[in-house]
Design a binder for this molecule. Sequence first.
Ligand code: NAD
Length: 482
Amino acid sequence: MTPAHYVDGAFRAPAADDSHTFPLIDPVDGTVTGRVPEAGRATVDEAVAAARGALRGPWGALGAAERAAALRAVADGIDARFEEFVAAECADTGKPRPLAAQVDIPRAAGNFRAYADLIAGRHEESYRTAVPGWSGGAGEALNYTVRRPLGVVAVVSPWNLPLLLLTWKVAPALAAGNAVVAKPSEETPSTATLLAEVVHAAGLPRGAFNLVHGHGPGGAGEFLTAHEDVDAIAFTGSTATGTAIMRGAAEHLTPVSFELGGKNPALVFADADLDAAVEGTVRSAFTHSGQICLCTERVYVQRPLFEEFVTRLAGRARALRDYGPMISAAHRDKVLGHYRLAREEGAEVLAGGGVPAFGGARDGGFFVEPTVLTGLPPTARTVREEIFGPVCHVAPFDTEEEALALANDSSYGLAATLWTTDLSRAHRVAPRVEAGMVWVNCWNLRDLRTPFGGVKASGIGREGGTHSLDFFSEPTNVCVSI
Ligand code: NAD
């Protein structure tokens, strides 16, 4: 699989002399596996122009049912090349095969099917309005709202769930009738390129979906998101990048939908099912080596359970074996820097805290140990900053009010998890957590129709179901006097 740009319905081979390309690195062993083309400003301009052309051409003329059929064809195309997608996702990210095979790739196809269903079944708002004394009519009006696509949508996505998060935006954007220019993370270009091949084979009109590769700042990401002819930006990534993109978007008042970072809390109450809480926290803290925006990095445990909980969690963390690496050497070094900082701040390291030695090729990869920390005050940087690695800090609490105050003491507000068998407590506490999503006795259990996103520094707007379709379309209200 050679990553390539896809612009106006055609693939662009990388330059033969390797100029304008950069290396693709396997995070499992640090070897170079290929080269990725870097889109310059001209290529981004052409992709945006192609998207604009598609809106004026056959793509823009399709109705909702035809777009739904196109999305279903893309979903079928992903299914048909399932093994290639899984292999490419594992090669780029180093994630364990079950994660790619059970989550990333099926969900990517699922995103296209979900939005095909939603757009096909969408209905419009309408109101009959009494207008007493209106002389020109019968004293009544009919209001109805039509939705039009926004136009050219820029999609910029991260490396952690490359195809899943890209399709999470591309599918609703296309469903709503927009044309898309997508830029995946420079670390993970392969499944996006396969997606372009699937879109091509599915016969979507040229320019409806365009793909450009490259870096963010001063590169393809910035050229795209600051582009004057882009009508909306859907971005998932770090809060710092969101800030940078918003600055560029401000110039043209481009609307943004942002899914950003998190520092997600888990609250374990004394009435929790301890086995479920420990296993659930192992999943929520260490899945994909903590490189999921929803992962738990702060755990608060009610005091009667605290000792047993941390002992068991640390034991489970030490026993983990089949985990993947950090995405890059730079990210591994960032996470190890946080492990060092935690020690400097006075943390007790109950598990991990370093680099594992496998005694093979993987020792050249970017692995860090699953790590459990305790003993830090709420003011410690380790408890406040997103690390995005396989690590959590565990602290005790006494009362429900204290637990809520600790959970909400964060600049972030993406997701939270509650572990309790007290139904009233669950319903009492969940709505008071400052987060876009609260899971009770589970984690990352998703229904694609529900709103997904964060509050505070974790994002702007919501994706999922009709929330995405609302963002990707513009309502026009029509009022008819009758
Ligand atoms: P990142 O912000 O470094 O990069 C994300 C994307 O933005 C990449 O494609 C990158 O090339 C591009 N980019 C970077 N700078 C840019 C700029 N100035 N202009 C335009 N584009 C630019 O994020 P990452 O390291 O790839 O991903 C990890 C981060 O993403 C974490 O903070 C994580 O919490 C967050 N994340 C959030 C969610 C969510 O749904 N809230 C999901 C996954 C990841």
